[in-house]
Ligand binder design. Structure first.
Ligand SMILES: NC(=O)c1ccc[n+]([C@@H]2O[C@H](COP(=O)([O-])OP(=O)(O)OC[C@H]3O[C@@H](n4cnc5c(N)ncnc54)[C@H](O)[C@@H]3O)[C@@H](O)[C@H]2O)c1
Length: 335
């Protein structure tokens, strides 16, 4: 295969970014989008000049030929859409988390395997050059054996309000760091213990902040801190950090300050160039690297990374964190 036709499912925040990137790739043709909201569907059809269907069923019933799809639907809709598309023989890039239950993950993995399809999960950090440098250093043994990893993934309040209580902190934010820690450390999480606080977002029924402590199979430990109640007036929208301490080395990624600041009128801010198009509409660079990997793996018939099993492992840890929050004790993570 030397050319790939793709559809993007869900035209909220992530879907239009996927669509814009595909549309600029030389060996890729964006053939359709799917969006249930009529206004967003109209906007997508105008922006990308391809048909927008109201559901996956409608897309499949129209008989448009395409080989791959990005699923950018809300988390709880990933399983149904992924299975229907896999049954139609479509390679899948599923935004994180793969699914919010282990049964859901297994069903997607089985549906893709049955048709020998590529299945990739959208863990963006694997394509972030700074995370990749740290992964490389760890893999080459430059840090020695990992002693601990610490990750911070904090968002402003507007982010929690936009999501309206539909998702939890472990599944929306921590799942990125769970995957990054498994990947960088090369070891699986065996147990999780988590604490939370709920003072601001009581009306949404979600935690303001969660701190999760992880034990890995190789004996190392991890701590993931996340909240989505930072004031909207901060000069940055995200406060991200990753730290790895090994027996002979240390690595730090610090992402709150993006290396550029703008003071305009009464607002001082650090714009994030890694997640928005500045030079070209397909520029969100990290996402472009992720989608290019997906496309190349299909065209070259290689297995994409991160795999469905990586998605399942991260979901297992997020579920253990949620259970620990309910039960107040450390919870084993099923292998
Ligand atoms: N990789 C990352 O860094 C990253 C960042 C943000 C979100 N995400 C993930 O991407 C996915 C989408 O997130 P988002 O923030 O774009 O969500 P969103 O809510 O902004 O967009 C989802 C879209 O799907 C549409 N939709 C809902 N049900 C539908 C259906 N049955 N058929 C067709 N369309 C339907 C909604 O109308 C909406 O436009 C989530 O799984 C999320 O966790 C990943």
């Amino acid at each position: 295969m030397n050319r790939l036709r793709v559809a993007v499912i869900g035209m909220g925040v992530m879907g239009p970014m996927h669509a814009a990137i595909y549309q600029h790739m030389p060996h890729v043709e964006l053939v359709a989008t799917v969006e249930a909201d009529p206004a967003r569907a109209h906007e997508a059809s105008q922006q990308f000049a391809v048909p927008s269907y109201s559901s996956v069923e409608e897309l499949l019933s129209m008989g448009s030929a395409f080989e791959a799809a990005s699923i950018c639907l809300p988390d709880h809709l990933h399983v149904d859409a992924a299975i229907r598309l896999a049954q139609a023989g479509v390679h899948l890039l599923v935004e994180k988390p793969l699914a919010t239950t282990l049964d859901g993950c297994d069903a997607i993995i089985a549906a893709a395997a049955e048709r020998r399809l590529k299945l990739m999960v959208g863990f963006t950090l694997r394509f972030e050059p700074r995370y990749r440098l740290v992964w490389q250093a760890a893999k080459e043994g430059k840090l020695g054996d990992i002693v601990y990893q610490y990750a911070r993934r904090n968002n402003i309040l507007a982010s929690a309000r936009r999501l309206g209580g539909r998702v939890s902190l472990p599944f929306f934010l921590q799942v990125h760091d769970i995957d990054a820690m498994r990947w960088i450390g090369g070891s699986e999480v065996v147990s999780a213990y988590a604490l939370s606080c709920r003072r601001v977002l009581t009306e949404l029924g979600v935690d303001d902040a969660v701190i999760s402590l992880l034990r890995f199979a190789d004996g190392s430990i991890g701590c993931i801190e996340s909240n989505w109640v930072m004031p909207d007036s901060l000069p940055y929208r995200f406060d991200f950090r990753h730290e790895v301490v090994g027996t002979v080395g240390k690595a730090d990624i610090e992402l709150a300050d993006q290396g550029v600041s703008i003071h305009a009128g009464d607002r001082f801010h650090f714009p994030d160039p890694s997640f928005r198009g500045v030079l070209r509409p397909d520029e969100p660079l990290v996402l472009r690297m992720e989608l290019e990997h997906f496309v190349e793996c299909i065209l070259d018939d290689r297995p994409p990374l991160p795999t469905g099993q990586d998605g399942r492992a991260a979901t297992a840890v997020a579920l253990a964190i949620e259970r620990s929050l309910k039960e107040g004790t450390p919870v084993p993570v099923p292998g």
